[in-house]
Design a protein around this ligand. Structure first.
Ligand code: C5P
Length: 243
């Protein structure tokens, strides 16, 4: 496998579209993309059908449903989601230690029962749309933002999770503290030529990989581009120079 292909497999494109038809149009427009993220909007609209569409095209799937509930409920949700044979699945670290532990066990059980590989369970540390100011003044968290995300990552690691979703600005510190076997998945990635939108703590794709990210999640810079193929190509070329 060439360097370019390897690096392209580390880019997860967010299928943030409202329905199955729009999703299929995007998947087929970008056949180079091997890893897709299905989030709340699309999954609420189509249900598991979209996962079948992706599987029939041999794509890898990040099911980003960001579970956050009491331990019994998140465990049940993870058990169900793991049966789909997805590659990555998310839960909020703020659900707490008991919920994280129960979710880890339930994901293993659900996958085993369905005879599929268990998903890598990863925790959201803090949404990448939250700024340091919002953390302090709206959420009333009395910790500095990097310290807070580190605490959430350590909680996830101690609870047996495979990794975390974090902003690229925190990735270097988390890589150093959590070690090389802990998956770091970074949304909030913005090439210099793209609009930042609501992402507050972004870095460029190349900077995020250099900082230690395993995977980048990129949505609007590709999906909302006038020419998504060109946006993908530019990102892929940028990454090939650093990976
Ligand atoms: O369009 P954009 O590149 O901002 O898309 C980023 C994707 O990553 C969105 O689907 C968003 O839900 C997701 N995400 C995020 N921040 C997190 C976790 C997931 O932006 N902490």
């Amino acid at each position: 496998m060439g360097n370019r292909e390897q690096v392209e497999q580390r880019v997860i494109v967010a299928l943030d579209v409202p329905d199955e038809q729009a999703a299929i149009a995007l998947i087929d427009r970008l056949p180079q993309v091997t890893f897709w993220k299905v989030g709340l909007e699309l999954f609420t609209s189509t249900g598991p059908k979209i996962l079948e569409v992706l599987k029939s095209r041999q794509k890898r799937i990040f099911l980003d449903l960001k579970f956050d509930d009491i331990p019994n409920t998140v465990a049940g949700a993870c058990r169900s989601a793991a049966r789909y044979g997805v590659d990555l699945l998310t839960i909020h670290a703020t659900a707490g230690r008991d919920a994280l532990t129960a979710a880890t066990e339930a994901a293993q059980e659900g996958a085993a029962k369905a005879g599929v590989e268990p998903p890598k369970l990863i925790a959201i540390t803090l949404l990448t749309s939250i700024s340091a100011r919002q953390l302090a003044f709206d959420l009333k968290i009395p910790l500095e933002l990097p310290e807070y995300t580190l605490e959430m990552a350590l909680l996830a690691q101690e609870s047996g999770l495979d990794g975390v979703v974090c902003s690229p600005q925190e990735v270097a510190q988390l890589r150093q503290t959590c070690g090389n076997d802990f998956l770091l998945v970074c949304p909030g990635v913005r090439p210099t030529w793209a609009d930042k939108g609501d992402q507050k703590r972004s870095l460029t794709p190349a900077q995020a990989i250099i900082a230690g990210a395993d995977y980048l999640v990129i949505g609007r810079p590709i999906t909302a581009a006038t020419e998504p193929e060109l946006a993908w190509k530019r990102i892929s070329e940028e990454l090939t120079t650093v990976a």
